[in-house]
Design a protein around this ligand. Sequence first.
Ligand code: NAD
Length: 477
Amino acid sequence: MQKVTFAKGDGIGPEIMDATMRILKAAGARIDWEEIQVGEEVYLSGNTTGIDKSAWDSIRKNKVFLKAPITTPQGGGYKSLNVTMRKSLGLYANVRPCNSFHPFVKTKHPEMDVVVIRENEEDLYAGIEHQQTDEVVQCLKLITRPGCEKIIRYAFEYAKLYNRKKVSCFTKDNIMKHTDGLFHKVFKEIAQEYPDIESENWIIDIGAARLADTPEIFDVVVMPNLYGDVVSDITAQISGSVGLAGSSNIGESCAMFEAIHGSAPDIAGQNKANPSGLLRGAVMMLNHIGQQDVAEKIINAWSCAIEEGIHTADIYKEDVSRKLVGTREFAYAVIERIGQKPKKIKPEVFLKDVKLNLPTYKRRPKATKVLKGVDVFVDWDGGKVDELAMKLKNLESDIKLSMITNRGVKVWPEGFDETFCTDHWRCRFEVENGHPANKESIPDVLSKALTEGIDVIKTENLYEFDGVRGYSLGQGQ
Ligand code: NAD
């Protein structure tokens, strides 16, 4: 018996969890369930995290968690519990297989069989946001080398274990040269360790367009968090329905399994939801806990029901479906077929007693880090940029004012009158002679700014790492 924590979630959560658990029980899953409360009820009881300590204790003790979707109340004050759980438990790999079931489920893409592997802890999902001036808010995009190495290695190990031929990486490093640039660089490094697996990089915009148009040319696709969130919903939807795809969130000690979709409040309580996403998440869980025999039985029975045209409303189409059923009836149809094998749908591969080879991250030797200057961000709506530059000149020491940008584009020296400016200015002070900057120069700039009445809202230090510039140029610089 394996102890597993579960949560029924919100919206359609209780209905699809009930259907899923009935099927698991009928198939003989050897699980001792432990229920926890998370989500809307907990949020609205005044706990803005959406989860209490006893629930955390259960997940951390059992290490395996089956979760129905939860509703994040709209508006300020509530952080997404999904994001909190993935990050707090170190669930760095989000695996989302999306394949079509042609001709049984209508899709424009009969050949698709894509696994989206989404980085699950970093990127803009750090959720570090600030308003800094009347006009400007910002969100910090954090990409780390350990984060990139772990998820990219996971993608290649997954491809190797499941005999997949190609890993594609999606980034936007033509624009974000340091953050997405690091992801791409690490991808190229790790790809070299897997010469038998084809590797390629796509700029996310055209990559996503091609994935939506010709998914059959993709196999395993790996990408940073936000892109993965968007792209995996698209991938699931074009396979037939967002209600079909399950997902696993894998960490070094815990794992969480769920459907990829949300709590669908528009159809909650109506016995309309497709339980397949959560069921297929549960099948991934059975595989994870070594109950491949049960996983296989369930997926075979599920495939039989799908092949026979027993469909919930989201995938029901008159020309391919035979019977429109509700959530409960679909579960009964799957249960009735336990022990049967599908005639056409390709059986899923479950590998027993094998694990992905994922070494723990080894920190590299520290680089030589040299201070070259500072970007001083200023709240200012006082007029022409030349006036701001004149004031800033008074702050110089060994670091000199080299540029002012507004929303990233250079406006001094030699800016254009046409450039629209907000009240948020990035003022770059750099050494001119290539020597390291004095550490004292930065507090010196700040204290002179105070005397000059300049409203500094934040600073970013400018470094070189082993002689390589660790900051971007201004647009137009
Ligand atoms: P959603 O995925 O809940 O619904 C989008 C559309 O897909 C709706 O029309 C819905 O009816 C349909 N749909 C979703 N699942 C279905 C299923 N199983 N069967 C049939 N149709 C289905 O997305 P949303 O409406 O943007 O989000 C609703 C809530 O869910 C929000 O509070 C959001 O924060 C939350 N959410 C939670 C998770 C999670 O728990 N992992 C993921 C995404 C969104």
